[in-house]
Ligand binder design. Structure first.
Ligand code: GLU
Length: 299
């Protein structure tokens, strides 16, 4: 029996769905549909400082209004923290407690003549300094050859990252007590049986960290496809705070103002001029298959 494709859209509820997040939602949805697979919805609400009250419900309503129906129950990461603790425990000695503040990390890199770019200098790798308290928990990344990670993106082809020089020992549980995205996303994708990840290219850089965590936790690695990120005129990624194109407030044309532009951004040819949601999704799924399912041979 072949394994069913299972993808997901995993928005952080930091604001309503905007054009950039619609593109990510559409890409993951269409890839699932093109594979006759499932598409799950997971609300990544672990950063309580950035969560905006009610944004999750707004995102859910927008997806529904766009005719994007998810499979199964919606999950909220804030209700799954036991799983993250279990994973942290399982990682054992790969994890170490760290007492450094951001400023201390920046200062010690400057002292070592390194650029002040927040790559962790390894200060607490072999224990916290006397008299200091643990603030965060970090994952020890491998040194030397073992730090080289390679994976294939279905769209962008072969990717390489040296976890040691480009990332450093990264945080799994933050000083403010919040679970870090990298750990939670790996735990949840595996727990939910996600085997295909389609998301914005701003997360390409996180993939090697996630693959390393999957290996340590003995979890399968899904396939990856990173779609281009929507940027504004000054080249910045649209954020829910700055890029909100309030496309679903009811006073504009959902198809003309949101769905067709998002499809066009993804390079999909929708020529029929339909205003009917099911027809749009049917055409978009076909266009996605033509555009993205045959790209494997490009690389
Ligand atoms: N929650 C992340 C975001 O909204 C996406 C995570 C992912 O797709 O891996 O940017």
């Amino acid at each position: 029996m072949s394994v069913i494709y299972r993808g997901r859209f995993a928005p952080s509820p930091t604001g309503p769905l905007h054009f950039g997040s619609l593109v990510a939602a559409m890409a993951s949805y269409l890839d699932a549909k093109a594979h006759r697979g499932e598409w799950l919805l997971r609300i990544e609400d672990l950063d309580f400082d950035r969560n905006v009250r009610g944004a999750d419900e707004e995102i859910i309503a927008s997806l529904q209004r766009c005719g994007m129906q998810w499979d199964g129950d919606i999950t909220w990461q804030s209700q799954r923290t036991t799983l993250y603790q279990e994973a942290l425990d399982k990682l054992g000695d790969h994890v170490f407690a760290c007492s450094c503040s951001r400023k201390e990390i920046a200062d010690s890199r400057l002292r070592a003549g390194l650029e002040d770019n927040q790559i962790y200098p390894g200060t607490c790798r072999s224990g916290i300094q006397n008299g200091k308290a643990a603030r965060s928990f970090r994952l020890r990344v491998p040194d030397g050859e073992a730090a080289q990670f390679h994976f294939k993106d279905r769209l962008l082809g072969k990717q390489d990252q040296d976890l040691s020089s480009k990332v450093g020992d990264f945080v799994l549980k933050r000083a403010d007590g919040f679970w870090a995205y990298q750990l939670a996303v790996v735990v949840d994708d595996a727990a939910q049986g996600i085997n295909a990840i389609v998301r914005g290219a701003d997360l390409l850089d996180s993939s090697a960290r996630q693959i390393y965590l999957q290996q340590l936790l003995q979890l399968p690695t899904p396939s990856y496809l990173h779609v281009p990120v929507v940027v504004n005129q000054t080249g910045e990624k649209l954020s829910k705070q700055t890029g909100a194109l309030a496309f679903d407030k009811g006073d504009n044309d959902l198809m003309k103002d949101a769905l067709l532009p998002a499809a066009e951004f993804l390079g999909l040819q929708i020529t029929s001029g339909t205003h009917d949601l099911p027809t749009f999704w049917q055409e978009a799924t076909l266009a996605w298959s033509l555009q993205y399912l045959s790209v494997g041979h490009r690389h």
